[in-house]
Design a protein around this ligand. Structure first.
Ligand SMILES: Cc1ncc(COP(=O)(O)O)c(C=O)c1O
Length: 368
């Protein structure tokens, strides 16, 4: 029998299948315990769950599950646009912001032109997956002290550069690029390049940089946001891209007709208006992050100071600590796949979850 690799696109050989945070159900099965006994701090989800208003809207939307969703997401785009002070034509919905990243591959990347994309070392892994699956070269620039260096990114630009990916803050490092660095970068980057600001954690920031300004100014900038993080709807798969109307129109041509389901659209619309849930989530995360960082410092565990709902922590052997915490029913994220074998990423949970994590970590250190 011939190998399937004689038929499959050869660049796919270079892609490892994306490994998500270990699911609660799988862990519970393996440990022979109830799912409720497991603490998952592995995927930067909202520790409080979805907004009650979103839950109510989704229950109501189920009544119409026999109908196809609104393909263009008219109501949600209008509501998002109103929040951002832009027009609905500036917004496109994706099945998670990950799908919006895939639109970019379809829209802008061409292997026959030998296109290149640029991102920082340790940047969110999906950029590399997209570049590789579209058969283009990913240039990774060094990231000193786990910070993204926009100056080095500019130096890496060539005639072949199509996209520059800037996650802000980045996952998994958690570091933030300042408005000043962004402005300086934007004043020099070529208009022949599309700059992508991936702002999945935007709503957790106290003083977020303004990148929508570049969209308003008519620049080749795409801003990505998601309902998976502060809005607590990761399981629904819904996010969006913001750009000039002509850019959005190009992205619509790459989109499947009903890419975002009706339950997700209803949930997102209600979540967007639930300021109380958003504020409470930010409060819990701010408090939890401060607690975790204080405890890590006290235990002399190195961490990268964080601004979103996760902290990257140096535990010596990330995979070993991941496994030991699993046995204590806590799931964190080892970062070996990112080339960071000493580190794990820990999402901020409820205070009760955070305290259990710290107790478990202290035990591990004592018994090492
Ligand atoms: C930086 C960054 N961008 C994008 C995403 C994708 O989010 P989603 O596809 O759930 O909207 C994530 C999720 O972890 C992320 O950390």
């Amino acid at each position: 029998m011939t190998s399937i690799w004689e038929l499959a696109n050869p660049q796919l050989r270079q892609i490892a299948i994306y490994e998500p945070g270990k699911p609660i159900e799988e862990t519970a099965r393996e440990l022979g315990v109830e799912p409720g006994a497991i603490i998952k701090l592995a995927s930067n989800e909202n520790p409080l769950g979805p907004s009650p208003k979103a839950l109510q809207a989704m229950h109501a939307a189920l009544e119409n599950a026999h109908l196809y969703p609104d393909g263009s997401g008219f109501c949600l785009c209008k509501a998002v646009a109103a929040k951002l002070g832009l027009a609905p034509e500036n917004i496109i919905l994706g099945n998670g912001s990950n799908e919006a990243l895939e639109f970019l591959g379809h829209a802008f990347l061409d292997a026959t032109r030998q296109d290149e994309v640029i991102a920082s070392a340790y940047a969110f892994v999906v950029y590399k997956l997209i570049a590789t699956s579209f058969g283009v070269r990913m240039i990774e620039v060094p990231s000193p002290d786990y910070k993204q260096d926009l100056e080095t990114m500019l130096e890496a630009v060539t005639q072949k550069t199509r996209l520059i990916f800037i996650p802000n803050p980045n996952n998994p490092t958690g570091t933030l690029i300042s408005q000043r660095a962004i402005d300086s970068f934007m004043s020099r980057v070529s208009e022949n390049i599309v700059v992508v600001f991936d702002e999945a954690y935007f709503e957790f920031l106290d003083d977020p940089p303004d990148t929508l300004r570049f969209v308003r100014e008519g620049r080749n900038v795409i801003v990505l946001r998601t309902f998976s993080k502060i809005h607590g709807l990761a399981g629904l798969r819904i996010g969006y891209a913001v750009a000039r109307p002509d850019v959005i129109e190009v992205l619509h041509r790459t989109r499947q007709p009903f890419n975002v389901n009706s339950i997700a659209q209803a949930g997102a619309l209600a979540a967007l208006e639930d300021d109380a849930h958003l504020r409470e989530t930010k409060r819990v995360v701010d408090e939890g992050r401060a607690y975790l960082q204080e405890q890590f410092a006290g235990m002399q565990i190195r961490f990268v100071p964080a601004v979103a709902n996760f902290v990257m922590v140096n535990v010596g052997d990330g995979c070993a600590v991941f496994k030991k915490l699993l046995r204590r029913k806590i799931i964190v994220r080892p970062l070996k796949g990112y080339g960071l074998p000493e580190w794990v990423r820990i999402s901020v949970g409820t205070m009760e979850e955070n305290k259990k994590l710290i107790t478990a970590l202290r035990e591990l250190i004592r018994t090492q």
